[in-house]
Design a protein around this ligand. Structure first.
Ligand code: PLP
Length: 627
């Protein structure tokens, strides 16, 4: 008997979901933005959005999940500080590049005030935007990235407004900073980004280490200190910073990096440099597959273990070196915002069509190979299914060879293939009774899984799937009180063969297909993709001119009540063509001219020309996705 808890287990909601997602007794997925018992059925939200004419795909944001994540991270550090009797404190800065959406940053800054949450920026545009937010008095604004004169001028000019720390990310910046500070007669607060020999682990490990893009080597650190001392600016140096890569999957790497970073901090303090902040960068992982392992899509530690590891090792090194405990700053992005958004999209159809051979008649006039496949199809049973499957594969190969040599008609090939694919389906059914089906049958699952065409663009909504083979949890939001019987590949609506998801999260390894239900004709079947709140909003592009998706921000109240705080219409065709620097008006003008010519040449009547023109005009105002 299938239970809803089986669905939670299959889609691993209770492993990666951090209590934000559950399945209720009716088989619907519910969201619990405050990790409390009462939640919101996603299907209810969809109903309300339909009333507001917000179609699929739609991105849901849950600002209260941001608040909850902020609280969890800060509580974890508070516990670690308390347990380790650490004398310093902790404060976070949100790396702007992880999600620059105004609503997201506004929510973070509002909810982050009690936690002294600041921002980290990597360009002058990010800095300018970040400066528009009001932060708590003690919050930091950390300036990373390559800095030209204008970036430095803006950062120094804002020194009076916020606690700006200008981080020296590469050796060439020191002299520019000194020069600008002298011109502007400002004593900026400076940071030093260092290269550690330790790298993170997982997909981003290669971005760190001694050959990393950013950071100073040990000789460069000494040179920078000498240069600052000569300029009389050594007392401006307040922060030591490192970042060993995003999504660190192994706690051992966190430990090693902290030990090395804390050692450099301590040595600099012993050189009488009054560093105040130790900025450990980002890297706190997200357990995308819920496996709690050091695999790329996971992490082998909890948030509390991370905080304990950081605090304990900083304290340990500082005490051994007999220096003051610093304020620990972290730039966690992924761990803070991944959970807050969810993409909902509907299944539009499936390919290829599966034809049943029931209506096929095979006689002595058919090719011998078709007759062999027919016998296989008739006689295959649970006892002989593997042997008959091997035969069928052999006949299928022969079918192809005979066709290519010109010995078979298209109809015969179609008959043979219909029989073959149905044999494969029977094989899968027979294999279900086996505890461990042979590997070749597991491969067959992958081959016969159909592509479910879904109304979204991978390149717009989850570009990391395409770019770095990132895994995100995907699951149906309804019918979870029924066992899903089909194995699917999720394909998007772009006209790009790469717009298909070929790996899915699994507790043991990764899966090649996603289990979904047999979708009835005209049924609205909705899938959700979770944990996409970090990086995807910004990296998403308008491939095939599929634009930004509809958006809704959902707030849950005290009991079961909830409301839509804000909706944002996705791009229409007019906006995406404008991104590419076409003028919608000029497009219409050129179409008008063409239509006029056709009317003049009597190819079209005036009435048909008007109808076509209206069609063009209304398309410009349509949502870019399929209706
Ligand atoms: N800080 C810096 C300097 C980064 O380059 C990054 C991203 O790689 C981050 C913070 C955020 O990392 P994460 O999202 O893994 O926390």
């Amino acid at each position: 008997m299938w239970k809803t808890s089986d669905a939670e287990e299959l889609y691993l909601l209770d492993s990666w979901g951090e209590d934000y997602f559950q399945v209720n007794r009716k088989g619907y997925v519910t969201v619990h933005p405050k990790q409390e018992k009462h939640g919101i059925e996603l299907v209810d939200i969809i109903e309300s959005l339909k009333a507001k004419k917000l179609d699929f795909p739609v991105l849901l944001r849950f600002p209260q999940i941001l608040q909850s994540r902020l609280r969890s991270i800060n509580e974890a550090f508070a516990n670690a500080i308390n347990d380790n009797q650490f004398n310093g404190c902790y404060q976070g800065v949100f790396p702007f590049k992880v999600n620059q959406q105004k609503d997201v940053v506004t929510a973070l800054m509002d909810y982050g005030k009690p936690h002294k949450l600041g921002l980290e920026v990597g360009s002058k545009s990010e800095l300018l935007t970040a400066l528009s937010f009001t932060m708590s008095d003690d919050a930091l604004l950390v300036c990373n990235g390559f800095k030209d004169e204008s970036y430095l001028r803006l950062a120094m000019a804002s020194d009076e407004m916020v606690n700006i720390v200008i981080v020296i990310d590469e050796i060439g910046e020191v002299n520019r900073i000194i020069k600008m500070a002298k011109v502007m007669r400002i004593k900026p607060t400076l940071g030093l980004r260092i290269k550690l020999s330790i790298r993170g682990s997982g997909k981003w490990a290669a971005t760190a280490g001694e050959h990393a893009k950013f950071g100073l080597t040990t000789p460069e650190i000494i040179h920078t200190i000498d240069t600052l001392r000569e300029a009389g600016m050594l007392d401006s140096l307040k922060m030591l910073h490192f970042h060993v890569g995003s999504q660190i999957t192994d706690i051992k790497r966190v430990q090693d990096a902290i030990k090395e970073g804390a050692r450099v901090y301590s040595k600099l303090r012993r050189m009488k440099i009054k560093l105040q902040y130790l900025n450990i960068g980002g890297g706190l992982g997200v357990d995308y597959d819920g496996s709690r392992t050091p695999s790329d899509a996971s992490m082998n530690y909890t948030l509390q273990e991370y905080a304990n590891t950081v605090v304990y090792n900083v304290k340990d090194v500082c005490e051994r070196e007999d220096v003051q405990h610093p304020t620990i700053v972290s730039e966690s992005g992924r761990a803070l915002v991944s959970f807050h958004s969810l993409l909902l999209f509907d299944v539009l159809g499936k390919i290829p069509e599966h034809y049943s051979p029931k209506d096929i008649e095979v006689t002595g006039d058919d090719s011998h190979i078709v007759q062999e496949l027919y016998s296989c199809w008739m006689d295959i049973k649970s006892k002989n299914y593997l042997e008959y499957y091997h035969d069928a594969v052999h006949y299928k190969d022969e079918l192809g060879i005979l066709f290519n040599l010109g010995h078979l008609s298209l109809e015969q090939k179609a008959k043979g293939e219909t029989l073959f694919w149905d044999i494969c389906h029977k094989v899968i059914r027979f294999s279900r009774s086996e505890e461990e089906p042979p590997e070749e049958i597991e491969q067959l699952f992958k081959h016969i899984a159909r592509k479910y065409i879904c109304n979204f663009s991978l390149f717009q909504s989850a570009p990391d799937i395409w770019g770095i083979r990132q895994l995100f949890p995907i699951f149906p939001i309804q019918r979870l009180n029924e066992e899903p019987q089909c194995h699917a590949h999720i394909a998007d609506v772009t006209c790009d063969s790469m717009g298909i998801i070929s790996k899915y999260v699994d507790i043991k390894d990764v899966k090649d297909t996603l289990e979904i239900h047999n979708i009835k004709e005209d049924e609205e079947y909705v899938l959700a993709m979770a944990l996409i709140g970090a990086y995807q909003d910004t990296l998403g592009d308008v491939h095939n001119l599929f634009g930004a998706v509809n958006e809704a921000h959902i707030i849950i109240g005290k009991a079961d009540d909830w409301h839509i705080k804000r909706t944002i219409k996705g791009d229409d065709v007019r906006s995406v063509v404008s991104y590419m620097r076409y003028s919608p008006d000029s497009i219409i003008k050129s179409i008008e001219l063409k239509l006029e010519g056709l009317v003049k040449d009597r190819v079209l009547t005036k009435k048909s020309a008007n109808r076509i023109e209206d069609q063009f005009k209304s398309t410009l105002d349509e949502y870019t996705y399929l209706e």
